[in-house]
Design a protein around this ligand. Structure first.
Ligand SMILES: [Zn+2]
Length: 217
């Protein structure tokens, strides 16, 4: 656990256990040694989403599944009506709270709805909004409400430099090389790459444990 450098990816890392690998509801078997998250992505919601969610719930109970997600709301790329996306997202929130596993959030142009659901469901545990490309002001506003952000290759440099160290989280997602990301981030921070790696790995573990000891708040 202590060497998790990548909080969200859709690819298997060369070295098992260094990244949280995203699973879909059809991931019946998983490779040992890896860390996982599981969800029904808002792009993949189908009419029988309750069946899809039942599969997600079964996979989510496995011990090597450390987080729920990426789950969320997408007004741009998902053809699914927002009410349905919100209902499916609420199911992920329930799963996260019930299993004490933190939630990785996908959110495109639906921050108000996201905050409304968080409030309505009385969630206290931190969430992480992945692939954040916005500015430092919004990141701070989200942070104040318990939603942290993780940065991928297209991060906003001001956001990176403004962010308190203890909240820095990095991800390769679908297209990124995490080693390239660490190089860029270290250069921008004018910091030694190994120190940035240690810092982020520590932060990722703190986030993943946040349901147990509130260490990320
Ligand atoms: Zn992703």
């Amino acid at each position: 656990m202590s060497f998790l450098y990548d909080i969200h990816t859709h690819d298997f890392p060369e070295e098992p256990g260094t990244a949280v690998v995203q699973l879909t509801p059809t991931a019946y078997c998983t490779y040992p040694g890896h860390a996982y998250s599981v969800s029904l992505h808002p792009w993949d919601i189908e009419d029988d989403w309750r069946v899809q969610m039942a599969k997600v719930a079964v996979i989510a109970m496995q011990p090597h599944v450390l987080a729920i997600g990426e789950a969320g709301l997408d007004k741009k790329k998902s053809p699914v009506p927002m009410e349905v996306q919100m209902e499916v997202f609420r199911e992920h929130v329930k799963l996260s709270e019930m299993l004490h596993k933190p939630l990785i959030v996908h959110c495109v142009k639906a921050v108000d709805e996201l905050l409304a659901i968080r409030k309505e469901m009385g969630v206290k545990h931190p969430w992480v909004l992945h692939g954040y490309r916005g500015g430092p002001e919004q990141a701070e506003q989200l942070r104040k409400q318990g939603i942290y952000v993780s940065l991928g290759l297209d991060y906003n440099t001001d956001t990176l430099l403004d962010m308190p160290f203890k909240y820095l989280l990095l991800e390769s997602d679908t297209y990124g090389d995490v080693n390239v990301l660490y190089k860029l981030v270290s250069e921008d921070m004018e910091a030694d790459e190994q120190s940035v790696r240690s810092l982020v790995a520590k932060n990722i573990v703190a986030f993943l444990k946040s349901h147990d000891d509130a260490s990320f708040e």
